[in-house]
Ligand binder design. Structure first.
Ligand code: SF4
Ligand code: SF4
Length: 296
């Protein structure tokens, strides 16, 4: 079973449109949306959720003031200034220690140092992940809670479950919509993958972000290729991307034209393959054929 990841240096390059198009072209696969911070592949795949699971990533310290004797040890050791002694101090309203759950990084030092065992570490509910059925087969996706930072771990959970389904159902490919950027979620998306397709666009930031993501993929020794989306919007920049790829011995698999039919297809919640028979759809079909050759 092979794993193909579609990524881009930044959001808005058309990565999800291309991934969704692959969903309608590929046979016998599992789809996975690892762009957990801004998941939107579900808009085009219209999943029917079969299973919903809570995701707990990290811990938060919680205090039991009935056990606490306000010794202040935890306040001294917390490097994140998450613990404080409440100012009010009267007989009827004694001092109490409180932990700010937003500032707490879950390091657990206070838990270990407390002589009264007044602190416990509780699981954070950071998001949810789902197993769904779509007209294109199984789909694993997720939703990260607002302001949650454990997206790398959630990406790993999505990938692991997509792999379990692929193994159980004898599916020979996992197609992953990866996150943008070069952070922890991208690393979680590409490690152990067989092939990475990088979608870029012909802008200065497009080139810059593409170079960073290529360097990242090369570091993890994953095979890569590039697709330049909306290439005709800036021919000069497209040439610069092609030159960079040529020097770096990276294949530019296709230069896809700009066409407003792509936006129309998204508005109508259809993949571009379902919605149109035009040039963009044909170009993406070419990319898909080339990738199949690479994977086989
Ligand atoms: S778990 Fe760490 S960060 Fe959180 S309150 Fe305790 S010492 Fe501070
Ligand atoms: S270390 Fe324990 S007993 Fe001391 S102030 Fe913190 S919670 Fe209370």
């Amino acid at each position: 079973m092979k794993q193909l990841v579609v990524i881009s240096g930044k959001g808005g390059t058309g990565k999800t449109v291309i991934t969704a198009a692959f969903a309608s072209l590929a046979q016998n696969k599992v789809m996975a949306d690892c762009d957990v911070d801004a998941a939107d592949l579900h808009i085009l795949l219209e999943p029917k959720i079969l299973e919903k699971h809570q995701f707990t990533g990290g811990k938060t310290a919680v205090i039991n003031n009935e056990k606490c004797n306000q010794c202040g040890n935890c306040i001294k050791v917390c490097r994140f200034d998450a613990i404080s002694l409440n100012p009010q101090s009267t007989i009827h309203n004694p001092q109490s220690v409180s932990i700010d759950s937003i500032s707490c990084e879950g390091c657990g030092v206070c838990f270990h140092i407390c002589p009264k065992m007044a602190i416990k570490m509780e699981d954070n509910l950071s998001g949810e992940w789902f197993i769904s059925e779509t007209k294109y087969g199984p789909f694993v996706h997720a939703k990260l809670g607002i302001a949650e930072e454990n997206s790398g771990k959630l990406v790993t959970a999505v990938r692991q479950n997509a792999k379990l389904i692929a193994e159980k159902e004898n599916r020979d490919l996992i197609i992953i919509d990866g996150p943008p950027g070069i952070g922890c979620p991208v690393i979680s998306s590409i490690t152990g993958a067989d092939y990475v397709l990088i979608v870029t666009e012909p802008t200065l930031s497009g080139i810059h972000d593409m170079v960073r993501v290529i360097e990242l993929a090369q570091h993890f020794r994953v095979r890569i290729c590039v697709v330049i989306n909306k290439y005709d919007l800036n021919i000069e920049m497209t040439k610069k991307i092609e030159n960079y790829c040529k020097i770096s011995k990276i294949s530019v698999m296709e230069k896809i034209i700009y066409d407003s039919v792509v936006t129309e297809s998204v508005v109508n919640k259809k993949t571009i393959i379902e919605y149109s028979n035009g040039k963009v759809a044909r170009q993406i079909k070419n990319v898909w054929e080339a990738i199949q050759n690479e994977l086989n």
